[in-house]
Ligand binder design. Structure first.
Ligand code: GLN
Length: 277
């Protein structure tokens, strides 16, 4: 790395330390974005010339609280890179827990049909289609903006032929059965204090779910088993500590209910398995 770039990164990460938990990483991603190259290429010094003047403006936006993924317009998730914009929740590493759990379940017999409820950027559906090359899937969202972004992501990733998207409210009107149902619903309590960059920039409709954060699980649960093929599973994201309150909502449908933890050991994924009949 040339000394200009090195000192620009040091200065930027100092400036970002007040807002970000990952100031150095943020600075590297913003410099890569300003240079139009990958972060790896920045770190390996594969660029010449001065630091672009645009870098300063990008750092200023981040310093004012804008999430890094909305500034660069992209976010890595599982094996894919997604375009993101303020109309969709930024995919989180925690959400990869759902794909991880599905991979463990379907080892050796890949799912053929995948449903993603509240698809947002398309992250879960497209990660699943990338994981299982013979699978096809449907992503549903009630936001037209989100569907436009999800569709563009499917195109960009070369997955459009296997991904369909539909405007809708959760699984209302869905009569098909799926091998795998994925869902990252809103689950934040109404009065929870979210980090400032999340609260001020990400869509509240994708975050908050009523006073106790459980409103959308209550909407999803009735008749949920009708969506699953025999031997199929659903992986539904949970807020940390919500398992014991969410699991009973899905009782009485013949589903086997379990939980998967995220990498930090928090309850993160409700697993619902349909028997083989
Ligand atoms: N895990 C997210 C957060 O803490 C919330 C995502 C969601 O509600 N599905 O910001």
């Amino acid at each position: 790395m040339n000394s200009d770039a090195a000192s620009a990164l040091t200065a930027a990460s100092k400036r970002l330390a007040a807002i970000s938990e990952t100031p150095r990483l943020d600075a590297e991603l913003l410099l890569a974005h300003a240079l139009g190259i990958s972060r790896e290429d920045v770190l390996l010094g594969r660029h010449t010339g001065p630091v672009p003047t645009a870098f300063d403006a990008l750092v200023a936006r981040r310093a004012a609280g804008e999430p890094i993924a909305y500034i660069t317009g992209t976010r890595a998730f599982w094996t894919i890179e997604l375009m993101v914009a303020p109309g969709v929740l930024i995919p989180r590493p925690d959400t990869e827990t759902l794909i991880d759990a599905a991979v463990a379940h379907f080892r050796g017999r890949p799912p053929r049909r995948v449903l993603d409820l509240g698809t947002g950027s398309g992250a879960l559906l497209l990660a699943a289609l990338d994981e299982w090359p013979a699978a096809t899937g449907l992503g549903i969202d009630r936001s037209r903006d989100a569907l436009a972004i999800a569709g563009a992501n499917a195109e960009r990733l070369g997955l459009a032929a296997r991904a369909a998207f539909r405007l809708g409210d959760w699984a209302d009107g869905v009569s098909e059965r799926f091998d795998l149902v994925l869902c990252n619903p809103p689950y934040v309590e109404a009065d929870a204090a979210l980090p400032r960059d999340v609260a001020e920039h990400e869509p509240h409709s994708a975050l908050f779910a009523g006073r106790d954060g459980l409103d959308d699980y209550r909407r999803l649960a009735p008749g949920f088993a009708r969506l699953l093929q025999p031997g199929g599973i659903a992986a539904i994201e949970l807020g940390a500590g919500q398992f014991s309150r969410v699991a009973p909502l899905f009782d009485g449908q013949g589903l086997t209910i379990s939980m998967a933890q995220d990498l930090a050991g928090r309850e993160r994924c409700l697993l619902l398995a349909a028997g083989l009949e």
